[in-house]
Design a protein around this ligand. Structure first.
Ligand code: HSE
Length: 312
């Protein structure tokens, strides 16, 4: 019997100033989904591992199942699928965990039915899953699906832009053991901003995009930290954000931002050994405060979700 197995990487959404429009895929951890056909229509979740029993098996409430169902509808499949979800990403951590599950499920279902849709056409299905749990935003699902650093202004191919990844860009990520549900982190945001804030924010996004095109990691770090809207509203949800930023900079980071809705923090660096040192220093800040944390130093994943067809 044939089944499909897909892997979707973690993502750093927003990249600081680009709230809901910028995101980057990250090498290393991600979620894996296996799907096989069933004769009856619809989606059944057979198992979820790696979530500590926290995710619902109800296909109406599970990101992966919602995305899988959306692809089945998109391709007009008469049959359904059985899903096995392997969570490699912690929940509510700011690493795009729910998006990765949806992306892996969508890509796996598409492959199982003969890859009728190009990858990019799966984005809207992935977002149906994401919207069910954390609100409608594409800055995790887009880069997890497509890889690289992406500017996402809509779900159509004409609204997705691949930005250049600076050659020497290295990432240091720290995830403290603190739960920050995305819905809660979105609820604390201001409903409107002043014209002055709008000008500052658009200027910072423009500087960030310019820095990427020039491959200037120092300028990238400076621009991405210029968020005067979202980070100030959320900072109280991220323990010791200021202290970790100072420690990361002292260890050589070019900049540090909240990854997505947090609490993971992402520092950017221009060499692997600096990124390793920055990761270590960030962890020490949490250690000193008695907060358990995990760290990794990694790079941008340029490829996004990957899938293979296998025989059982
Ligand atoms: N752009 C979203 C937010 C990402 O910051 O709320 C959530 O992972």
């Amino acid at each position: 019997m044939t089944f499909a197995r897909a892997f979707a990487p973690a993502t750093v959404a927003n990249v600081g100033v680009g709230f809901d429009i910028l995101g980057m895929a990250v090498q290393g951890a991600g979620d894996t989904v296996e799907v096989e056909m069933r004769a009856e229509p619809g989606v059944v979740i057979e198992s979820i591992v790696g979530d500590g029993g926290r995710l619902p098996l109800d296909p109406e409430k599970n990101t992966a199942a919602v995305a899988a169902n959306a692809v089945l509808k998109q391709i007009g499949a008469g049959q359904g699928v059985i899903i096995r979800l392997h969570k490699g990403l912690p929940l509510n951590s700011g690493l795009g965990s729910s998006a990765a599950s949806g992306v892996a499920a969508a890509v796996a279902v598409n492959a199982l039915f003969g890859s009728l849709l190009p990858k990019v056409a799966l984005l809207s299905a992935c977002l149906e899953g994401e919207a069910r749990v954390s609100g409608y935003h594409a800055d995790n699902a887009g880069p997890s699906l497509l890889g690289g650093i992406t500017l996402i202004t809509g779900t159509d191919i004409t609204q997705i832009y691949h930005l250049p990844v600076p050659e020497d860009l290295e990432l240091a990520l720290v995830t403290p053991a603190v739960d920050v549900p995305t819905a809660q982190a979105r609820a604390v945001l201001p409903k409107s901003i002043s014209l002055h804030q709008m000008v500052e924010q658009t200027a910072a996004v423009a500087r960030l995009v310019d820095a990427l095109y020039r491959g200037d990691i120092a300028a990238m770090g400076a621009a991405m930290e210029q968020d005067r809207v979202v980070e100030p509203a959320r900072a109280h949800l991220m323990p010791f954000l200021g202290e970790v930023r100072i420690a990361a900079k002292e260890a050589g980071a070019c900049g540090l931002v909240i990854s997505g809705a947090g609490p993971t923090l992402c520092a950017i660096c221009n060499s692997p050994h600096i990124a390793a040192r920055v990761a270590q220093r960030m962890k020490e800040v949490y250690d000193e405060q008695g907060i358990v944390s995990s760290v990794q130093h990694t790079r941008v994943d340029r490829y996004g979700a990957q899938v293979e067809l296998l025989e059982a």
